[in-house]
Design a protein around this ligand. Sequence first.
Ligand code: BG6
Length: 255
Amino acid sequence: PLIKDLFGLTDLEVRLARRLGLKKVIIVPGDADQSDWVKKEMGRSGARLLRQMARPDQVVAVTGGTTVAAVAEMMTPTPSLKSAMFVPARGGLGEAVELEANYIASLMAKKTGGDYRLMHVPDQLSDEAREMLLREPHIQEVMELLREARIVIHGIGEATKMAIRRKSSPDEVAHIQHSGAVGEAFGYYFNPNGEIVSRVRTVGLQLDDMGGIESIIAIAGGRSKAQAIAAVCPAVGNDVLITDEAAARAILEET
Ligand code: BG6
């Protein structure tokens, strides 16, 4: 039998998929909050999934974060990914450079032999600045690619933790807390009902334009992210979730 079945994870995957309205859930054993090894295993599952799903000349949009970075780290040269184009899903979100979507897109390209584009955009744009940037040929090229994206792979964060990690001002952090936000993805903050209560204004994929994407893959684990995952997945319209056992059991209230 698969190792998974020994842990009873296959059944957990089916129940979690049903609960969150997902087509597919992949669960790795353990709790990413407790051990980095678990995040690496999620990364391995993500890399395997991308390899299995790959089609020639596809565009893959990626977000930043340590979990998507773990996927990038596990990617290997694959013929089917050699013609892939990796692009950052959103512009500046205020991340440390090694956690930025830009960097992760370039890392995925380097590991697989594929290509990448960068989107150099400052954090928190005014409406005027955003309009102007959208007219830049370099940004238009990336936006064009994003419109063709076949796969999006993104992380999910706890709302307050992400606001602090982005060095949002104390006022912004307080606003996010008071708004009832529990989860964050793509720079959007969601309450437990999946409603958007705050967002980082930047260019790139907007939640509204993700309808045509064939596969929206979320990757996030650790018991502490249970509420965030449960809020974000239905709101984003995820097809696939890669998570860990601790988050899965907490969402299903089995611990
Ligand atoms: C960030 C993304 O880079 O990573 C966020 O912009 C996401 O949308 C976050 O929530 C997740 O980070 P981590 O390190 O917990 O995987």
